[in-house]
Design a protein around this ligand. Structure first.
Ligand SMILES: Cc1cc2nc3c(=O)[nH]c(=O)nc-3n(C[C@H](O)[C@H](O)[C@H](O)COP(=O)(O)O)c2cc1C
Length: 237
């Protein structure tokens, strides 16, 4: 038990460079995919497929796709930010504003920043990763009677955690890149990877062996902040 808790606590977003010359070994990839295989999904739908991309020429082509930052993202991102380590430690949720360019974290400058922003090649997000994983799902299906297919999406979250913990246990860094699910980027990636029109990208991960330790401040609420006993709001398990 202590081992699984330690793995869960140590899993983190690897926003660090990866060793470009060291693609994920096939046996490790298969272990991550074995973890994917045993994901719990609503009605055991197994509503996912995983595309592993480690062909340098394909990665290069993907990296040339351009993405543009949206005002919606910047405004909602702002809501999650803290502007000092002390503020983040006190809030216990969200992330540090210092992770983003200054013009993204000042509400007065966001509209201007969006207007002036040039489309950027997504190679800047991939950062030379030797392997990308694309998790796709069939948008025409849903878990039975699940409005908005929330049960289907929860299942995809279970898949992500299974693969992430497996990667962590193998010393492999993983970072989710949500920007790749944004419409125009998604459409181009789907074309490149021959993904059928009715399939959607749930999420993309960059994977690799980190060349440095991730050193950012990670915070979480305390158990008494979110767990209640017998009725909502009743603290103290
Ligand atoms: C659905 C989902 C989407 C995410 N998208 C991104 C992303 O686009 N870029 C990124 O760096 N981290 C992304 N993250 C990572 C979260 O920011 C991260 O899990 C959270 O800040 C907690 O940090 P930790 O993973 O190091 O514990 C995403 C996480 C989830 C679950």
């Amino acid at each position: 038990m202590s081992e699984i808790l330690k793995l869960i606590q140590e899993r983190q977003s690897a926003r660090v460079p990866f060793d470009k010359s060291h693609p994920i070994a096939k046996e490790d990839l298969l272990k991550i995919l074995e973890a994917a295989k045993w994901t719990p999904t609503a009605h055991n739908m197994q509503n996912f497929d995983v595309i592993v991309v480690d062909d340098a020429a394909v990665l290069e082509k993907i990296g040339c796709i351009k993405s543009r930052i949206s005002e919606e993202f910047l405004r909602e991102n702002y809501e999650q930010l803290s502007f000092s380590r002390e503020e983040l430690l006190k809030k216990k949720t969200g992330i540090l504003g210092a992770m983003f360019p200054p013009e993204w974290v000042d509400p007065a400058k966001i509209s201007e920043a969006v207007k002036n922003a040039q489309p950027m090649p997504i190679s800047q997000s991939i950062r030379g990763s030797p392997t990308l994983l694309f998790v796709v799902y069939n948008s025409r299906k849903r878990a039975p009677a699940s409005h908005g297919d929330i049960l289907g999406f929860m299942s995809l979250g279970c898949l992500m955690e299974n693969m992430w913990l497996a990667a962590q246990s193998l010393g492999i860094g993983l970072q989710i890149l949500s920007a790749f699910s944004a419409r125009p980027v998604e459409a181009e990636i789907k074309k490149l990877l021959c993904v059928p029109e009715y399939m959607k990208i749930a999420y993309t991960c960059r994977l690799g062996y980190p060349t440095s330790a991730s050193k950012y401040l990670r915070v979480r609420r305390d158990i008494e902040d979110f767990a209640y006993h017998n009725k909502f709001g009743n603290k103290g398990i």
